[in-house]
Design a protein around this ligand. Structure first.
Ligand code: ADP
Ligand code: ADP
Length: 219
């Protein structure tokens, strides 16, 4: 599903964020991405999303080299990827259901179908009863589940998460990882950048270890 071949990324100003990265994430896999702050985790995720572009090497998404695609093809790439954030990034003046509906509204779907699919996604994360609430009325763990529902509502092939439990306690973190495992079980490929050693020990998965922009291990 994702293949990096000798990928390097330097930001303007010369900061080398990633260097000579090669690895493969097969379809249907679930993996972790770890490394100290500044190791290049967010940069790696941004290369997959087409938010940043590699300076060297190739990034393949389902066999397509996304270091070569043009800007018109990027929305098509993004629609196949769900992204979960550390800080949830929900719109505070929209209901939970409206937040989850947004990716479908952008894709121009019929309102009835949007409501049905957004409700189904909320049901999957156990929050259908909160559909008409504002995000501020939800706990941190619930807001993270809304972010996950929004990330999967388009039925993406790939789910990426950047420190999804950075703001949550141990019990809530386990619940969030259980949800990722559920989506993985129905076929979604999952890659999670995390510092959460508790979870990594409890639910071992193949782990990409970054150290100052180099891939130290993938096991
Ligand atoms: P991580 O997610 O592991 O904390 P990042 O990918 O955010 O690491 O950052 C990797 C390195 O690239 C860091 O040294 C960071 O300061 C640098 N960096 C990240 N984004 C930018 C940017 N937009 N411009 C310049 N340097 C950046
Ligand atoms: P629906 O078919 O109405 O979308 P489902 O009950 O099959 O409802 O799924 C509920 C939600 O779970 C979907 O909206 C989607 O968010 C997520 N989902 C289900 N199957 C997949 C899949 N194969 N890939 C990604 N997400 C999925």
């Amino acid at each position: 599903m994702i293949r990096f071949v000798n990928v390097s990324k330097a930001y303007l100003g010369g900061k080398q964020a990633l260097q000579g990265l090669s690895f493969h994430l097969p379809i249907g896999s679930m993996s972790y991405l770890t490394g100290h702050s500044g190791a290049g985790k967010s940069t790696l995720l941004k290369l997959i999303m087409g938010i940043e572009r590699a300076n060297g090497g190739n990034v393949f998404f389902n066999g397509h080299d996304i270091t070569r695609i043009n800007s018109q093809q990027i929305p098509f790439l993004r629609r196949q990827i769900g992204m979960v954030h550390q800080d949830y990034r929900l719109l505070t003046d929209r209901s939970v259901l409206e937040n989850v509906s947004l990716p479908l509204i952008i894709s121009g779907m019929h309102p009835n179908e949007i409501k049905r699919r957004a409700s189904a996604a909320l049901d999957k994360v156990g929050l259908l009863h909160r559909a008409n609430h504002l995000p501020a009325h939800l706990s941190g763990g619930e807001q993270q589940r809304v972010d996950i529902a929004r990330a999967v509502v388009n039925r993406p092939q790939l789910l990426l998460a950047d420190e999804p439990t950075g703001n949550l306690d141990k019990a809530l973190s386990q619940e969030i990882f259980r949800l990722f495992e559920e989506f993985n079980r129905i076929g979604v490929t999952v890659l999670i950048a995390t510092h959460d050693h508790n979870i990594i020990q409890q639910k071992p998965k193949p782990t990409l270890v970054l150290e100052q922009g180099h891939l130290r291990a993938f096991q």
